[in-house]
Design a protein around this ligand. Structure first.
Ligand SMILES: NC(=O)c1ccc[n+]([C@@H]2O[C@H](COP(=O)([O-])OP(=O)(O)OC[C@H]3O[C@@H](n4cnc5c(N)ncnc54)[C@H](OP(=O)(O)O)[C@@H]3O)[C@@H](O)[C@H]2O)c1
Length: 303
């Protein structure tokens, strides 16, 4: 099969489309013929060597996938050959013609492969963070980095839980945040004051998705550091006594993939695909992602 891998850490140019042996599913796994691969803000960090989940070089890439099951491993009974599924590629090897999945769910009926491939990591991560913050009906939540893949998802899931959401995004995304159900503010100098203009007593909880070094401001807006979570500011979390959520320690919230269909079918959830590119243009997708301005998700079309 064709697959993308890199043999050294570096810029997008280290990504190569190569031939690798076809994988076959072990117990509990399914193999899919990949139709679309989501590109998240984590992918370029892994490629650049800024982040590691313990994989060695040469390394494959791509986590979010959607496609059609073409082989099933021992003990699999939840899906069958021919089913449309979305999920996370085991060992981050989704930018390929075939991928193995342990965590997957049927694609909600209204979605095509491209829209479905945008979702898995964003759904899992946002759900885990909101659960950990205890976001529920009647609470107020501030989300820093509300317009990207995880942020857009967290805004809508929090609104669906009945929370009041204030979100920070760039000037060009203020109306976009309103469409998602959030009250928008711009990030940058004076952000705390802009949030306080909307919520003079602060908020009940704050989620940092962007990792832009604003944890002190989020602690100021929330009751305390225990009501703040970051997904991207590892050092800031240590410095400020804030919880850094990662799925391996907190427990992944993959159940979210099975429950999102209801919100999609009732028009209460939508994650826009900013741009699609062919798999062969993955380096360009990484370049765009790295600039940090993606609204929703970038998705690669495989076939
Ligand atoms: N801990 C975990 O479990 C976990 C899991 C997955 C991902 N992550 C991390 O979570 C982060 C977000 O991932 P993602 O895929 O959602 O990223 P993404 O979609 O690439 O994020 C792009 C968004 O970031 C926003 N942004 C850029 N600079 C900002 C700033 N200074 N303040 C606020 N927002 C800013 C942009 O907003 P504008 O365009 O509006 O400026 C853009 O919408 C990444 O660092 C990723 O590595 C963590």
């Amino acid at each position: 099969m064709k697959a993308v891998q890199f043999s050294e850490y570096g810029g997008p140019e280290v990504l190569n489309l190569v031939d690798l042996p076809d994988p076959h599913p072990g117990p509990g796994q399914v193999r899919i013929k990949v139709h679309a691969v989501g590109i998240s803000g984590t992918d370029w960090k892994l490629r650049a060597g800024e982040l590691s989940f313990g994989a060695t070089l040469p390394q494959t890439t791509g986590t979010d996938v959607a496609g059609v099951v073409d082989e099933i491993g021992e003990g699999v009974s939840d899906v069958a050959v021919g089913d449309r599924v979305f999920g996370v590629s085991d060992n981050g090897a989704g930018a390929a013609e075939l991928a193995l999945l342990t965590f997957r769910a049927p694609i909600p009926a209204p979605l095509g492969f491209v829209d479905a491939a945008a979702l898995p990591v964003a759904l899992e991560t946002a759900t885990r963070a909101l659960d950990r913050l205890g976001v529920t009906d009647g609470m107020s939540v501030f989300i820093n980095g509300a317009s990207g893949g995880i942020g857009s998802t967290a805004v809508q899931l929090a609104v669906a839980r009945g929370a009041r959401v204030i979100g920070a995004a760039g000037a060009a995304n203020q109306n976009y945040l309103r469409l998602l159900g959030a009250e928008p503010v711009t990030y940058g100098a004076g952000m705390t004051e802009r949030v306080r203009a909307l919520a003079p007593d602060g908020v009940d909880a704050a989620l940092d998705v962007a990792g832009s070094g604003v944890l002190a401001e989020l602690i100021d807006l929330a009751p305390g550091a225990g009501d703040v979570i970051t997904l991207a500011d590892f050092q800031g979390a240590k410095d400020h006594g804030v919880h850094f959520s990662n799925g391996f320690q907190d427990g992944h919230a993959f159940h979210a993939l099975h429950t999102i269909g209801g919100l999609i079918e009732t028009g209460r959830f939508w994650l826009p695909v900013d741009k699609t590119l062919p798999l062969a243009d993955i380096a360009e997708a990484h370049r765009i992602s790295e600039q940090g301005r993606v609204r929703g998700r970038l998705v690669l079309v495989v076939g």
